[in-house]
Design a protein around this ligand. Structure first.
Ligand code: NAI
Ligand code: 15L
Length: 280
């Protein structure tokens, strides 16, 4: 007997960075919403993936253009988490986040992929002062090569919609941890439950075109204007950092340091690298 047709709104969904921290959170949350879920990560990371019913594994290095083209064949939508996820010297960021993202969008264009949900980051605007209210319309102020690579990704997403019709939602995710870790997290935290709902909304909202949205829970102390983008996505958070406010108010880097003053937090303590690659 053949099984009845699935009512899942998404056909074949590719999750990159599936073996990473958020990949392992999002895979089970996305599985019921697609007909087929492909889990991809670096070959060396595939052991971290727990096999689950209805999923298929696809090892792939995003730096390998031909492999990424094979990966995207038949894919309707992508949740793109793969890449370097912290501040690092330029070279690894160039390979995974800049070249890798170019390979992904080129492959999406060739495959006719409908939509990419791109895990951008709050570090695109990490040099704004903590407490300053900003929106996706404000000028970017990346706080390092990592944030800069996410800004490149947003530019690429814009280009591939305007020229080739590949839709993108770029989520400037805040701090996606089980609980907010410190005072900054009272503004930046997004619960795993809210993140999963935001990603699902980003995959299914009609006619998003190219959209940038901050990703946080319903934090009373948040810094980011989320109204217009969340309305377009039909997203409403269920969680808030407020229950941790008293406990975390005094958990922060030394007052006056860049990490305490600027929205990017401890990423401002990393670099310059002086690793010689600029002169090579
Ligand atoms: P993670 O570092 O745990 O996972 C990233 C995954 O990408 C890893 O499994 C890694 O093996 C894979 N990867 C790295 N280079 C690759 C390459 N060349 N080819 C294929 N795969 C590669 O990061 P996490 O925390 O799960 O974050 C997921 C995404 O969300 C990242 O893009 C990160 O920048 C973004 N993000 C995460 C936030 C958070 O709070 N965790 C906040 C803002 C953005
Ligand atoms: C990010 O973009 C990082 O991937 C994650 O490790 C956190 O540091 C997060 O931002 C944050 O700003 O808290």
């Amino acid at each position: 007997m053949t099984s009845p047709p699935s009512a899942a709104p998404i056909g074949t969904l590719l999750l990159t960075g599936a073996a990473g921290t958020l990949g392992r959170v999002l895979a089970p949350a996305l599985r019921p919403h697609c007909q087929r879920l492909l889990l991809s990560d670096l070959p060396a990371a595939m052991d971290l993936l727990a096999p689950a019913e209805g999923t298929e594994t696809r090892p792939c290095d995003l730096a390998d253009a031909a492999a990424v083209q094979r990966l995207l064949r038949g894919v309707d939508a992508v949740v793109h988490l793969g890449g370097v996820s912290v501040e690092k010297p330029f070279e690894p960021i160039l390979q995974a986040n800049i070249r890798g993202l170019y390979h992904l969008y080129e492959a999406a264009r060739l495959a006719g992929t409908r939509r990419v949900v791109f895990a951008s980051s709050n570090h695109v605007t990490g040099c704004y002062a903590q407490g300053e209210r900003i929106s996706p319309a404000d000028p970017p102020r990346p706080d390092g090569y990592y944030g800069l690579s996410k800004l490149f990704g947003e530019g690429l997403a814009s280009l591939y919609f305007d020229r080739y019709g590949v839709e993108s939602v770029c989520l400037r995710i805040g701090t996606a941890t089980p609980e907010p870790p410190d005072r900054r997290g009272l503004a930046t935290w997004i619960s795993h439950r809210d993140l999963a709902a935001l990603v699902r909304a980003s995959l299914t909202a009609p006619g998003v075109g190219f959209l940038v949205a901050y990703g946080m829970s319903g934090n009373a102390r948040g810094w980011w204007d989320t109204g217009a983008a969340w309305a377009k996505l039909g997203f409403q958070p269920q969680d808030s950092s407020e229950p941790w406010a008293d406990r975390l108010a005094h958990v922060h880097p030394p007052e006056g340091s860049a990490a305490a003053r600027l929205q990017g937090g401890v990423f401002l303590d990393i670099g310059p690298f002086d690793d010689g690659t600029a002169a090579a």
